[in-house]
Design a protein around this ligand. Structure first.
Ligand code: C2O
Ligand code: CU
Length: 492
């Protein structure tokens, strides 16, 4: 079966200010801000049924935005104002977080910290400017281990005022599902094993909400590929056989164009990478894309299937790849204040006892509130669900007291240490930060990011200017770790 992204388009219809709008050539349903002339976009979170697995297999019941997984690809221009009304047609509360966008605090979508959760039947209007161009995404921040896990997420693309020259601009939202043989989602969210180990890893990987067969390309074309990892817990390590790719942006922020280390693009949960790939294969050729993050479990993600048409150009396009930087505040490292942040807990780690001994669950209904499924699987001492820690504290329920208060306008270094036996993609809200060093070694690209993947026992230094006032979350984006305590608040 040929998996042509364009063929999906006619099946999607999106509400844009009440009118159906479809853009030609889109990978997934696109909502273009330019097309809606001032009316707010409506995003409706509700149950839906989608053909994740495809073929003659059954469709899957999911929770989705506007009936599709991923939700509509929201497209804006840098500097535009985003206005989106989110309507909750789920049977439980929700919110939307605009991951990686430097929003005002009140628009950040964190229940109880920045807004009241949106009750079933209610609508919340999000409205803010988009200072940065890049590849971002949106998802709920309430019981996200289940809401995101059931399909609530979508890409948010902010186009540069002067985009680089490519033949196609394509988004791949990657996800990982735990499906039963009949394609239903296995209903075991919040299980103790997942919470205390590597998170809810699934058995079925999708690109843009479909199990991919082949991705059609044409010889000679230049692709900009925007990768988004929307999985709860799976870390991807993508290799494009027979092709060289250049990374041009990470988490939406431009970086000096470079080949990825070991020709492998590593994406922790919530991370993004923008690649430029020249389709240098011959007409009719097929090349595999593998996920080789973990040695033991490599698998073929998809085939690049070349059409038989002749190459569209003889030589690869000779055009610049460097994107213009976003208007991020410059660091003053000489004057920066330094703060230690330690991530602990989990199974197989020294911090485990800490979590078991900590005081009883404080109640509350945020990320930390988990369904009965978790409680059943509990072992005695960890029955309060406090499994992971930041600076010794396992945060369950409402986020209230910040563990750090930063001087506004100053430069700050977070010296982070992963004292556990697991990877953690650590996300900080409301800012972009530079990754300065890993285990004491300066990073090659000093890349800006909003989510940094920390390996077991790794030390990572990040730095940013605390220019966005408010209470901001910092947390692990393995959503089971988030729910089991690995979150905290930094006040600016
Ligand atoms: Cu992508 Cu705090 O979230
Ligand atoms: Cu984690």
């Amino acid at each position: 079966m040929n998996w042509n992204p364009r063929s999906n388009l006619s099946r999607r219809s999106l509400l844009v200010g009440g009118a159906a709008f479809l853009a030609a050539g889109a990978m997934i349903g696109r909502v273009s801000a330019a097309a809606q002339a001032g009316t707010a976009i409506r995003l409706i979170a509700k149950p839906a049924r989608v053909p994740l697995v495809g073929g003659h297999r059954d469709a899957t019941d999911v929770w989705a935005y506007n009936g599709s997984v991923p939700g509509p690809e929201l497209r804006f221009r840098q500097g535009q104002r985003l206005r989106i009304a989110v309507e909750n047609q789920l049977a439980e509360e929700t919110t939307v977080h605009w991951h990686g966008v430097r929003t005002p605090n009140a628009m950040d979508g964190v229940p109880f910290l920045t807004q009241k959760p949106i009750a079933p039947g209610e609508t919340f209007a999000y409205e803010f400017d988009l200072p940065d161009a890049g590849t971002f995404w949106y998802h709920p921040h309430h019981r996200s281990f289940e809401q995101v896990g059931r399909g609530l997420y979508g890409p948010l693309i902010v186009e540069e005022l002067e985009p680089i020259q490519v033949d196609r601009d394509v988004t791949w939202v990657l996800d990982d599902w735990r499906l039963l043989p009949d394609a239903r989602i296995r209903d075991d969210f919040g299980g103790f094993m997942d919470m205390s180990h590597a998170g809810r890893i699934g058995n079925t990987v999708t690109i843009n909400g479909r199990v991919p067969q082949a991705f059609s390309v044409r010889s000679g074309e230049r692709l900009r590929l925007r990768l988004v990892n929307a999985a709860n817990a799976r870390i991807f390590g993508l290799q494009f056989e027979g092709h060289r790719s250049k990374v041009i942006a990470l988490d939406g922020q431009p970086v000096e164009p470079h080949e990825p280390e070991n020709r492998r693009i590593v994406l922790g949960p919530a991370q993004r990478a923008d690649l430029v790939i020249d389709m240098t294969g011959a007409p009719g050729a097929t090349h595999a894309v593998f996920d080789r993050f973990s040695q033991g479990s490599a698998y073929k993600l998809v085939d690049l299937a070349y059409s038989a048409e002749p190459p569209i150009r003889a030589e690869p396009l000779d055009a610049p790849l460097r994107l213009a930087d976003n208007p991020l505040p410059e660091l003053d490292l000489a004057a920066a204040e330094r703060h230690e942040v330690a991530f602990g807990g989990g199974m197989m780690g020294g911090g485990m006892m800490e979590g078991m001994m900590s005081e009883t669950m404080s109640g509350g209904t945020m990320e930390g509130m988990m369904g009965g499924g978790m409680m059943e699987g509990m072992m005695g001492g960890m029955s309060d669900g406090k499994i992971w820690t930041i600076n010794g504290v396992s945060m369950i329920g409402h986020l209230d007291t910040p563990f750090l208060t930063l001087r506004r306008g100053g430069s700050h270094v977070l010296a982070m240490r992963n004292s556990t036996s697991f990877h953690h993609p650590i996300h900080f809200h409301g800012h972009a930060f530079r990754v300065l060093s890993r285990n004491g070694e300066p990073t090659v690209h000093r890349e800006w990011r909003d989510t940094v993947l920390m390996a077991p026992d790794e030390r990572v230094e990040i730095a940013f200017v605390a220019d966005n006032p408010g209470d901001w979350m910092i947390h692990c984006h393995i959503l089971e770790h988030l729910a089991a305590g690995m979150m905290g608040t930094i006040r600016i």
